[in-house]
Write a protein that binds this ligand. Sequence first.
Ligand code: F6P
Length: 559
Amino acid sequence: MTSQISFAEQISQPRHTAINSTPVWARLHQHQRATRHVHMRELFAQDAQRFDRYSLTLDGLLLDYSKNRITDRTLELLLELADAANLKQWLCWMQQGERINVSERRAVLHTALRLPAGQVLNLDGVNVVADVQQVLAACGDFAEQVRSGAWRGYDGQTICDVVNIGIGGSDLGPQMVHEALRPYCQPDLRVHFVSNVDGQHLAQTLEQCNPARTLFIVASKSFTTPETLLNAHAARRWLVAAAGEAAVARHFVAVSTNRTAVTAFGIDAANMFGFWDWVGGRYSVWSAIGLPVMLAIGPVQFRQFLAGGAAMDAHFFSAPFARNMPVLLALLGIWYNTFYGAHTHAIMPYDHGLRRLPAHIQQLDMESNGKRVGRCGERLDFDTGPVIWGEEGVNSQHAFFQLLHQGTRLIPSDFIVPLNSHYPDTAAHRVLVANCLAQTEALMRGKTETEVMRELAHLPGDELDMLLPQKLFPGNQPSNTLAVDKMTPYALGMLLALYEHKVFVQGVIWGVNSFDQWGVEYGKQLASQLLSEMDGHAAATHDASTAGLMRHFQERHYG
Ligand code: F6P
């Protein structure tokens, strides 16, 4: 175990982050070379207890990680890697509010959003838990007013449509949670999410709404994101055209850290729900950014969602790493990404409600760990965050699973499944679960030549020769299965917090700052420059392709 050092020492000594120069890094490479031909089929055949030994549960959430290309030795080495990266201390630094988001000099305290009321966590002399609870209570009051019909629109009617206008973390998290928890939503209150700056997104949403009964939430941590402001202004014009300026106060609320910009937009500060710079956008669904979810499911269920997150936090901060879900998931990911050279990781929810989960995890993981420079500014000469992708199960079996089963690439994946449905068709649910389990089994086992021969024995020789290789399944494709009893707000809270911590652990081991996102800035700069050129305000030199495309647009655009 690395000796205890202070946070200031850690970040001033890049050698602590040069993980690829540690002896255990080299040992893991050797171990991978020595074991890469071992088939998981053999590992299961050798150990009848493999499932029991390589699975764990927490409050009804089961993680089965036995279908991975690992042995006890692999886990031992990966745990040593976690020690070499000083992981234990990083957990403490995060939990205590050290400014681990080094490039922005910010603490990272989304876990404080889930702490129960009454706890104390001081940051710069302020108990952030008290602040969090205050905003939560304000959001709860507001949500109850809207849900009960006490909050009325400009002409006295109740609200029946809520439109959340936000993008990235101010959209993906709440949208995904809202979809996942539909069975808990109040039926007469529809919640819509508008993120894209493409005018059809807002227009198609507003077609379904009546201005007198629509509430807009402008959700933006910075309140400077052009896409969100553009959509918010368009929505405001739509409302004002129907109801006049005075209606804005009853139909617009904001969620932001930027009070000045919110009031400049014309939203009364009394209708603003705040949060703090120590909550990253992609970690913000637990804050007031979750307001559309709270409106839909109510404050009581929202607190259940927070409680699920808190349960995962408590586990993460206290369980030994060998029995720690987020740590294990992170180490397994590193095993494939770094030591096998797998470039992607797939997320397969076998739950229609979780169909936006891959998109949310995509932002969470790729915006956090898609980095080539370490937290101290040093260039990293190994691969970091993988490409995250995925789709809801069963549908994806009929789309891209062919490549997983018989393609040439190693693609680790997570299968997520609720064991019980909220809906009455239990027969359909059994089919869904059977498919989920069958896929992980097939990916692991594959199908051997002997097994295929048995099926094709009746065929003439030349046809057999042609078909046999095509019907072989190599297997040995790793997967984790995450099963919850039912997709309740609590279970979903656990699941999301699990992924957040997994991403953090991987960032610590690779030595990146998982909490900034400088990579999205450059495109924004160039887009605003191109826009001024389109408006005839500036001219710049571009490469021939961009200049050609710009000319093409200007020649053919009618607007
Ligand atoms: O895409 C960059 C980003 O800053 C994300 O990290 C964030 O979630 C999103 O934009 C939206 O930002 P804001 O909530 O400030 O509008």
